[in-house]
Design a protein around this ligand. Structure first.
Ligand code: GLN
Length: 229
C-alpha cells in the first residue's frame, strides 16, 4: 500500500542559489542554513527526504501542483501564501532591502526614475518592487535566480535589485561589490511550507524538530556557521 509516516521519503523542493540558505559550496556540495536545518530536523524526527533544487518560483509551483511535499527556500510567510500553504513556525527573521552596485549614485528610490530594477521571479522582493514601480517610475526585469539578478546589477544594466537583507548582507560579507540603500522594508520571517491541509504530518515533524534543535543548541550552531554579526 501507500507509504505513510516515517517510512515515506518526502520530496522537499528548494531554490538553486540563495546563500546563505541554500547554495553550492566551493567543493560542489549543496549546503546552507535551510539544507543543514532540514538534515538536522529529519535526523531528529527520523524521517527521510529527497531534496530537489528547482529554483524559488519552480519550487513553489511544484508544491502547489503536488510534485513536492514541502518547500524550504528562505520562503517568507506572507498572507497571500498562507491562503495556499500551511507554514511551520518561523525559523528566521527577514525583510526586504534595496541593493545597488558599490559606489552607485543611486541612494534613494527617487533615483530609480527611468531606470531598470532587477528582481527574482515570485519573490517578496519582486512583489515589493512592483508595488512601488509606478510611484518611482522604474521598470522591472525579472530573473529566475539570484545569481543572474545580481549580475544584472553588477554589470550596470539594472540600477538596483530588491532582495532579502540577510541574503544581501551575506553577499557583502563574501566580497560582492554591492551595498544596501535606505531603510529595510518590513518583511516576513521564513517558514517551511506544505500544501494547505495536505501534509500536517510533515509540518508537525518540522515544528517538533525545530523546537528540539533550538533547545539542544544545534539550531544556533547552524546559524553561527553562516551568519557572522
Ligand atoms: N524570502 C523571499 C520570498 O519568500 C525570497 C525567497 C528566495 O528567493 N528563495 O519571496
Amino acid at each position: 500500500g501507500r507509504q505513510t509516516g516515517k517510512s515515506k521519503t518526502f520530496r522537499i523542493a528548494t531554490d538553486t542559489t540563495f546563500s546563505p540558505f541554500e547554495f553550492e559550496d566551493v567543493d560542489g556540495n549543496f549546503t546552507g542554513i535551510d539544507v543543514e536545518l532540514l538534515h538536522a530536523i529529519s535526523e531528529d524526527q527520523g524521517f527521510t527526504f529527497e531534496l530537489q533544487s528547482l529554483g524559488f518560483d519552480a519550487a513553489v509551483t511544484a508544491l502547489e501542483s503536488g510534485q513536492a511535499d514541502g518547500v524550504i527556500a528562505g520562503m517568507s510567510i506572507t498572507p497571500d501564501r498562507q491562503a495556499k500553504f500551511d507554514f511551520s513556525d518561523p525559523y528566521f527573521n527577514s525583510g526586504i532591502v534595496m541593493a545597488v552596485v558599490k559606489d552607485s549614485s543611486v541612494d534613494s528610490y527617487e533615483k530609480l526614475k527611468g531606470r531598470t530594477v532587477a528582481v527574482k521571479n515570485g519573490t517578496e522582493g519582486a512583489a515589493f518592487a512592483e508595488s512601488i514601480a509606478d510611484t518611482y517610475g522604474f521598470t522591472i526585469t525579472v530573473f529566475d535566480d539570484s545569481s543572474s539578478m545580481y549580475q544584472d546589477v553588477l554589470s550596470g544594466s539594472s540600477a538596483a535589485c530588491f532582495e532579502d537583507y540577510p541574503v544581501i548582507g551575506y553577499a557583502i560579507s563574501q566580497g560582492m561589490k554591492i551595498q544596501m540603500v535606505g531603510e529595510k522594508q518590513a518583511g516576513n520571517s521564513y517558514g517551511f511550507a506544505v500544501k494547505k491541509g495536505q501534509n500536517e504530518e510533515l509540518l508537525n515533524y518540522f515544528n517538533e524538530g525545530l523546537r528540539n534543535l533550538k533547545e539542544n543548541g544545534i539550531y544556533q550552531e547552524i546559524l553561527d556557521r553562516y551568519i557572522v554579526e
